[in-house]
Design a protein around this ligand. Structure first.
Ligand code: GAP
Length: 435
């Protein structure tokens, strides 16, 4: 059974070194998180799984890595300076500030008597800083609120250097920043987060077709990596929910313990961004089709996902508690490509006689897989720890191994154990793990 309470995951993440509250020794930094030894491996695996599906296994999408800081002009053209805001109201009694669109029946969430609200004011979500030693006019720079603009401002560069024709995509994985008014729910909504976005440039007449295609492809990706289909849904935005650039958006939502929440938006951005950047930069951002002698501005279909909340969803869906040999255990049934470690090498004893062989096996396997070497504690407790951090396979080296040249592979999900020759170990694991 997947986790039904967010605290189950929050506790496990802290206890096992996935995610820590940021700046904890100073009392924490509200709604910011640091990824520990296991969390940073898993977050990287989530991003790699996305790049694998969106770039590596296709021949029409290219990866870029654009700057995080951007000048005023980029975000003026993109519309973020004028439009990227939330409507905020202040309660005149408790003096707290709320997002108007998140209030139920205009009741103050503090439930104080006689509360009334001020008129809503637009609060821009962009983080602003300045570049260079002198603060003043013309030195304002912004932390990007989405990775997407990096793809639009590099459209002509990528088109020229890669010699593509629409449909083709430009993808990017990286940090984005939003001064969220109501961050919360662990790593679901934070002010600093990572996005995995792809802008797919298509002939305008094909936009609807590709929008359908990407909605399906992206749903399939979450299912392939272990989220049960009944914990996912595709929800079309109502017209008053649409971003300033969108002619139609559907969200892929996950059933979080507090209700349905967005993992990814798939948007029809039309030619909004390329046209705006062409207008503001006075550069040509279009495509000339030599076959038809036609010049046009491509339309864009954008699947835009968040790496951190996707990691939270994978953790929640993988969480399970069961009973093995009359003992209850917690197990993360993570896909092997997402698990922090694919293999743990466990010498049965710390005795010098076993260590050289165990270390040799570890060194070999570590060239292919992220492995953990653990010689602490009793073997049963070590298995429980590996179950709880999602390691699909343990390799146990015991005293018989010195005689028979074999080790035991123990499977996380079934707890089955199988004896295999050390000479066959890599092949056996490759078959079991799937890569
Ligand atoms: N380029 C389009 C765009 O940025 P978005 O729906 O605002 O669209 C895309 O963001 C994804 O980024 C969201 O589906 C979510 O997964 C993630 N995301 C957005 N804001 C976030 C936040 N404050 N904390 C964590 N993830 C966030």
């Amino acid at each position: 059974m997947p986790a039904t309470d967010l605290e189950q995951i929050v506790n496990l993440c802290k206890r096992r070194g996935f995610v820590y509250p940021s700046a904890e020794i100073y009392g924490g930094f509200r709604s910011s998180y640091d990824y520990g030894p296991l969390g940073s491996l898993m977050l990287r695996n989530v991003k790699d799984a996305w790049v694998r599906a969106m770039v590596q296994e296709r021949d029409d999408v290219m990866l870029i890595d654009a700057a995080i800081l951007g000048p005023h002009a980029v975000f003026e053209a993109s519309g973020h300076l004028a439009n990227f805001s939330d409507p905020l109201v202040d309660c005149t009694v408790c003096k707290k500030r709320f997002r108007e669109d998140q209030l139920d029946d205009r009741d103050c969430p503090q439930k104080m008597k006689g509360c009334t609200f001020t008129e809503a004011r637009a609060f821009n979500l962009m983080f602003k800083t300045h570049a260079g030693p002198v603060e003043g006019e013309g030195t304002d720079v912004f932390m990007r609120p989405e990775t997407a603009q990096g793809m639009f401002v590099n459209f002509a560069n990528v088109l020229q250097t890669s010699r593509r024709k629409p449909p083709f995509g430009i993808a990017q994985v990286g940090k984005s920043f939003r001064n969220e008014i109501t961050p919360g729910n662990f790593i679901f909504r934070t002010r600093e987060f990572e996005q995995m976005e792809m802008e797919y440039f298509v002939p305008p007449a094909e936009s609807a077709k590709w929008y359908e295609y990407w909605c399906q492809e992206r749903m399939n990706w979450y299912i392939e990596y272990g989220i049960p289909a009944d914990m996912l849904r595709l929800r079309a935005h109502a017209s008053d929910e649409l971003s300033h650039y969108s002619a139609g958006t559907s969200d892929i939502e996950f059933k979080f313990p507090w209700g349905w929440g967005e993992l990814e938006g798939i948007a029809q951005r039309t030619d909004f961004d390329l046209k705006r950047h062409a207008e503001y930069s006075k550069q040509k951002l279009d495509y000339f089709d030599q076959a038809t002698n036609e010049r046009y501005v491509p339309f864009v279909v954008e699947p835009a996902a968040g790496a951190n909340r996707t990691m939270a969803a994978f953790l929640l869906a993988a969480y399970d508690e069961d009973v093995v040999n009359d003992e209850s255990r917690t197990v993360l049934r993570l896909h092997p490509r997402l698990a922090p470690y694919q293999v743990a090498v466990l010498p049965l004893s710390k005795k010098d006689t076993l260590m050289p062989l165990a270390k040799e096996i570890y060194s070999k396997l570590a060239k292919r897989y992220m492995c953990e070497f653990d010689e602490t504690q009793a073997i049963g407790r070590r298995y429980r720890r590996q179950d709880e951090i999602g390691t699909p396979f343990c390799v146990t080296v015991d005293f018989d191994s010195l005689e028979d040249g074999a080790v035991t592979i123990r499977e996380r999900d079934t707890t089955n154990q199988e004896r295999v020759a050390i000479s066959d170990l890599e092949n056996e694991l490759r078959v079991k793990i799937g890569f």
